[in-house]
Ligand binder design. Structure first.
Ligand code: MN3
Length: 207
């Protein structure tokens, strides 16, 4: 029951000009595939764990034997995070993608942050400050949207939080186009956010 690379739900060039095709191809075909290969190798002799979804593994890393726990945390995390990430984006200037949030997440942002600009500002500033490789996330804590970051491929699931929205700030996600300009990438990224998917994840987070 080895994990498999989920296909990108759009073409490599679909997120242009905000995320370039070359970055998407390397990121999906090489980086995500490598996480999958590594976690599959670690779980090869643990069919009971390999039968779980990556998300369920990450929710309770204590059940993973210590000798493979870091590998599973990093690479199972990489698989889970990227599987969510591809779906959280879509071709700009299509309905539900980019622009102002829609549906329940729009109301939740208005309640918890006042307006979309304040929400984006908090997310971009918090995530820009993540030192080195990691992710910026939006999660629900005590019923309110919060922006958090994690290092490496750590998943909010391991802290008991279901990720509603997330952006990858490893340099492999933006370096070809933006080089060291992470804030510019963060600002541009909102043009490809898939609000329908964010709304689906918000509903899941609320249970
Ligand atoms: Mn990545």
């Amino acid at each position: 029951m080895a994990y498999e690379l989920p296909p990108l739900p759009y073409d490599y060039a679909a997120l242009e000009p905000f995320i370039d095709a070359e970055t998407m191809k390397l990121h999906h075909d090489k980086h995500h595939q490598a996480y999958i290969n590594n976690v599959n190798a670690a779980l090869a002799n643990h069919p009971n764990l390999a039968a779980l979804s990556p998300d369920d593994l990450l929710r309770d890393l204590a059940k993973v034997p210590e000798d493979i726990r870091t590998t599973v945390r990093n690479n199972g995390g990489g698989h889970s995070n990227h599987s969510a990430f591809w779906k959280l984006m879509g071709p700009p200037q299509t309905p539900g993608i980019g622009g102002e949030p829609t549906g329940a997440i729009a109301n939740q942002i208005a309640t918890d942050f006042g307006d979309f600009e304040s929400f984006k500002k908090t997310f971009n500033e918090t995530t820009a400050k993540q030192f080195g490789s990691g992710w910026g996330w939006v999660v629900l804590i005590d019923g309110k949207l919060k922006v958090i970051t994690t290092a490496n491929q750590d998943s909010p699931l391991s802290q008991g939080h279901y990720p509603i929205l997330g952006n990858d700030v490893w340099e492999h996600a933006y370096y070809l186009k933006y080089q060291n300009r992470r804030p510019e990438y963060l600002a541009a990224w909102w043009n490809v956010v898939n609000w329908d998917e964010v709304n689906r994840r918000l509903a899941t987070a609320k249970g």
